[in-house]
Ligand binder design. Structure first.
Ligand code: SAM
Length: 214
């Protein structure tokens, strides 16, 4: 009897946790539309006229729409049907809509041909990747010679991050983004790579930049 009772409490606890995660997410919805972190990432990735670009874990497309405006052709990849639906609804309102393609996929299996990408990036998605080694193989596979990569993930573990306290639980459940390990993994695959902890969009971020030799 007491066992059943504890089981019930446990269930409610999980449910409440899921609910609070959803509300937390809704609260930050503006950030999914446009964000300073995405802007600063794009300043580094610098997608330009005619570039073939991939936004991995594009979400609602804050980086995708800006990159398309800059003249790049962007494939926005995301495994979430919900995110893809929102971005697909957002696309017709973009002047650069003909340069935006929304695709189902994950970092570990990109719906993109070999050596066909000039610039790829990901913002706040590396911590969702489940198999980093497979994802790195994919980045190297799709990148054209001379192509570049920018991976930027907000560092919610940093005490200076404004959402440090509220992300504590969430972070514990996701992939750890280790800039030194990622730099080494990309170098081992023949890329020039640097990983660092720095500031992006005014908050602490983890940043990895890499290029494929021409
Ligand atoms: C926090 S959102 C960030 C979205 C967008 N990049 C932004 O900055 O607003 C993380 C996104 O990663 C996507 N995602 C989850 N697992 C993924 C994976 N294995 N590969 C690529 N993207 C993934 C999620 O569907 C979600 O849209």
């Amino acid at each position: 009897m007491s066992h059943d009772h504890r089981g019930h409490d446990h269930h409610r606890h999980d449910h409440d946790k899921r609910l609070s995660t959803k509300f937390h997410w809704l609260f930050h919805i503006r950030k999914f539309w446009q964000s300073d972190v995405n802007r600063d990432m794009l300043a580094l990735a610098a997608p330009g006229e005619g570039d073939r670009a991939v936004d991995i874990g594009a979400g609602m497309g804050p980086a995708t729409v800006l990159a398309a405006r800059r003249g790049a052709s962007v494939t926005a990849v995301d495994p979430s049907r919900f995110m893809r639906t929102i971005l697909t609804m957002r696309r017709p309102f973009q002047r650069a809509r003909s340069r935006i393609t929304v695709a189902d996929g994950v970092a570990e299996s990109l719906p993109v041909a070999d050596a066909s990408v000039d610039v790829l990036w990901t913002v706040n998605a590396v911590h969702h990747w489940v198999d980093l080694e497979a994802a790195f193989d994919e980045l190297v596979r799709v990148l054209a010679p001379g192509g570049r990569i920018v991976l930027m993930d907000e560092d919610f573990t940093h005490p200076d991050h404004p959402l440090h306290a509220s992300h504590h639980d969430h972070e514990a459940e996701t992939t750890i983004v280790d800039v030194v390990a990622i730099e080494a993994a990309l170098r081992a695959r023949g890329l020039e790579a640097t990983g660092e902890k720095t500031i992006g969009g005014g908050v602490p971020v983890k940043l990895i930049r890499a290029t494929k030799p021409a």
